[in-house]
Design a protein around this ligand. Structure first.
Ligand code: HAM
Length: 428
């Protein structure tokens, strides 16, 4: 036997039960929520120029330095399977001149993303995100609207045990100044820090707040806080966001140590976690990225958004797959039945009458066909038989057991006469 092949490490197949849950999340929860809020759907390519992420997400981040699936194509171009959606959406905003549209421009997306992380429960190499980005305004109400959408999405998806942490990274000179203060503090206390953090003092000192290393955590407990040094304007912006979240009854905790693994963030930063998840407790997160569009060659354009992992939302919702649609009719073939006519009947039930209908497709005996029909929960059973052009059928209502015998059906009327009884059985 040939060697069995498996899906690549860290990836998974979405089988029908899980596909049904995902479809419900998208169609019944996300789509109506976003369209009510004026967000339009965007789809960007699955791969982009590597430079987009290197520049947009930041060379010093784990995502860019360790986790990207990059490859050189036949034309010698360096391309990367997208690890995230914000930089691509900003690229599309610039490429399509969306700054000329009334602002803000509000977009949402869903699709696969790729990061070469060490796989574990809740952490995959191909995963799916739902995300939302709003560009072209720095109004704190846009931040609040975006965060409320994320909160409502999680709520309506049934994700339980969630917690929202929020902070502000500030902007401009104060942020640069704080970065220098923190670097100096980390250098003074370098003996207590992990090697990793020491190596990143100059590149990305803020990430030290994310470290799991005990010594580092002890050093950081005494570190100066960014939130205390942001400008009065940024502070007022942050407070307005919080006031609007209060008005929306969205609960949050202000976290002065919150950092996230992407370099483009400024001002508002937030993360949702769920205690129903294991170590990978982050369900979704986001923030403002007021410098990103400009960094990608566009006009200075503020923006805010978030993304949430679909696998993590579903895990936190512990949702059960919705039952498969029960067929209105199951067409069973009597011995010697005209299979062509039965097939035509099946299509007519589906396409003219809009009914879910199934036919025997595995050559089962009559007994096996009856079993199949009841396993599928068919509402009516049509036993189709007779000669070519001269058909008969028994239509059985599976709920009441009532059965109607139809004989002398012709090639011209058998569809309609059978359908009439199926429809009556469905309505009953
Ligand atoms: P992120 O925090 O890197 O942010 O990812 C968002 C969410 O994607 C996470 O909270 C998690 O649920 C899910 N996720 C990330 N990596 C994995 C993985 N390896 N396996 C399973 N799920 C994962 C971003 O991607 C930003 N683009 C969010 C954003 C949008 N910020 C502003 N706008």
């Amino acid at each position: 036997m040939a060697e069995k092949l498996q899906a690549p490490r860290g990836t998974f197949d979405v089988l029908p039960d899980s596909a049904a849950l995902r479809e419900r999340l998208l169609e019944q929860v996300a789509s109506p929520l976003f369209s009510q809020a004026g967000y339009g759907r965007i789809e960007t390519p699955t791969f982009e120029d590597t430079a987009l992420f290197a520049r947009g997400v930041g060379e010093s981040t784990d995502i860019v330095s360790k986790e990207m699936y990059s490859f050189v194509d036949q034309g010698d171009r360096s391309l990367t399977l997208r690890p995230e959606g914000t930089a691509p959406v900003c690229r599309a905003y610039v490429e399509h001149g969306m700054h000329k549209l009334p602002q803000p421009v509000k977009l949402w997306y869903e699709g696969p993303f790729f990061r070469q992380e060490a796989p574990q429960a809740g952490r995959y190499r191909q995963f799916f995100q739902i995300g939302a980005e709003a560009l072209g305004s720095d109004d704190p109400a846009l931040d609040a609207e975006s965060i409320v959408l994320a909160a409502r999405l999680l709520e309506r998806a049934g994700a339980g045990g969630t917690r929202l942490r929020i902070g502000s990274l500030g902007s401009g000179a104060e942020r640069a100044e704080y970065s220098e203060t923190l670097k100096a503090y980390l250098r003074e206390n370098a003996s207590g820090l992990s090697e990793d953090v020491v190596a990143r003092i100059d590149l990305n000192p803020l990430r030290a707040f994310d470290a799991k290393h005990e010594g580092t955590q002890a050093v950081l407990a005494g570190a100066p806080r960014l939130l205390d040094s942001i400008s009065a304007e940024d502070k007022a912006h942050f407070e307005e966001v919080l006031a609007l979240l209060d008005a929306a009854a969205v609960e949050y905790e202000v976290d002065t140590t919150l950092v996230r693994g992407l370099d483009y963030y400024t001002r508002t930063l937030f993360e949702f976690t769920s205690d129903r998840l294991g170590a990978q407790s982050g369900v979704g997160g986001g923030g403002r990225y007021d410098g990103l569009v400009e960094m990608l060659g566009g006009p200075a354009t503020p923006g805010i958004g978030w993304a949430a992992g679909i696998e993590r939302i579903l895990a936190a919702a512990e949702a059960e797959a919705p039952p498969a649609q029960e067929p209105a009719a199951y067409v069973a073939l009597d011995e010697g039945a005209d299979r062509t006519a039965a097939f035509a009947l099946l299509l007519k039930l589906r396409e003219v009458h809009g009914l879910a209908a199934q036919i025997e497709l595995a050559g089962r005996s009559m007994k096996g066909q009856l079993k199949s029909a009841s396993r599928l929960g068919a509402k009516t059973l049509v036993i189709f038989g007779g000669e070519r052009g001269q058909y008969d059928a028994a239509v059985k209502n599976m709920q009441t057991g009532e059965q109607t015998e139809l004989t002398g059906l012709t090639a011209g009327d058998y569809f309609d006469r059978i359908a009439e009884h199926v429809l009556a059985g469905v309505k009953a």
